[in-house]
Design a protein around this ligand. Structure first.
Ligand SMILES: NC(=O)c1ccc[n+]([C@@H]2O[C@H](COP(=O)([O-])OP(=O)(O)OC[C@H]3O[C@@H](n4cnc5c(N)ncnc54)[C@H](OP(=O)(O)O)[C@@H]3O)[C@@H](O)[C@H]2O)c1
Length: 257
């Protein structure tokens, strides 16, 4: 099965298809199944409590750590300059690794300036503990603030699906060489008309509606991180990489409201 990568500004390749690890039932088992299915990108966060599950699943899979891309996130309690370094050191221990591929600021902070957090994250990047840095849930205005720093902010992870489409943020990120990760990619299917279109396309491409939603997001050059605890869903979601939606069908989904 093909597994394309996108390039982060710092020349790092990120697998476009990832696995979400928030709120999994039996996390280690689900992550191990995803790795066995071919997923090579795990999306975790300090407040998901799934670092240890990722470490255990990677160990059990026997796959070389370097072949797996790990994204994790700093929550609001660890974004001040004195907390970032110790948090990243703890993540390394929990993930049983000596580097993290991508660390994000989970949410914009009301009390700590973005530049302060990014300065400390960049120090971890310079020290080789982190390969790339980015943000999550940042609006266009907040992205402007992040990009005004000299640091290589390479990703913004935002909610994006058929029902919720913050295109202004996506356009701004792409125009500024920032990759976009769509979270909650299959959670919402849009209105009745959109759901009918999804049904028709699933029939046409002989696949699930979720595969259509994921294939659509990847056609739009986003990274996707669907989450599932169900082995069958883990497999069929990954199969969306094989679906080549026609330009006409991508346009129909773009125009569906
Ligand atoms: N940065 C942030 O603030 C943020 C916020 C939210 C999420 N995230 C990340 O994004 C990941 C994904 O987002 P999400 O978990 O909110 O939503 P999601 O992946 O869009 O949807 C997950 C739900 O969809 C179901 N599902 C998945 N594949 C399916 C399929 N093929 N058929 C039927 N149902 C299917 C899952 O149930 P089953 O388990 O039964 O398959 C689960 O209930 C998270 O796990 C997390 O890593 C980040």
């Amino acid at each position: 099965m093909k597994n394309p990568t996108l390039q982060l500004p710092t020349n790092i390749q990120v697998p476009q298809f990832g696995f979400g690890t928030y709120g999994l039932r039996d996390g280690t088992k689900a992550i191990l199944h995803a790795l066995k299915t071919g997923y090579r990108h795990l999306d975790t966060a300090d407040n998901y409590g799934s670092h240890e599950n990722c470490a255990e699943a990677i160990e059990k899979s026997g796959i070389d750590r370097k072949e797996i891309f790990i994204t994790t996130k700093l929550d609001g309690s660890t974004v001040s300059k004195d907390k970032v370094g110790p948090a990243i050191d703890r993540f390394l221990k929990e993930l049983k690794t000596d580097f993290i591929d991508l660390v994000l600021i989970h949410w914009p902070s009301r009390s700590v300036p973005t530049t302060e957090t990014l300065t400390a994250m960049e120090a971890a990047r310079q020290a080789g503990k982190v390969r790339a840095i980015g943000v999550s849930n940042f609006s266009v205005a907040q992205m402007k603030e992040a990009l005004a720093t000299v640091f290589p902010v390479s990703n913004n992870q935002i909610p994006y699906n058929l029902q919720h489409r913050p295109d202004d943020i996506v356009e701004f990120c792409f125009a500024n060489n920032v990759t976009v990760t769509a979270y909650s990619p299959v959670k919402a299917q849009g209105d009745a008309k959109t759901r009918q279109l999804l049904d028709e396309l699933a029939k046409k491409y002989n696949c699930t509606k979720e595969e259509i939603m994921l294939a659509w997001l990847m056609e739009k050059a986003m990274i996707v991180i669907p989450r599932s605890s169900n082995p069958k869903h883990i497999e069929t979601n990954f199969h969306s990489l094989e679906i080549g939606l026609s330009a006409e069908d991508v346009k129909a989904l773009d125009q569906a409201t």
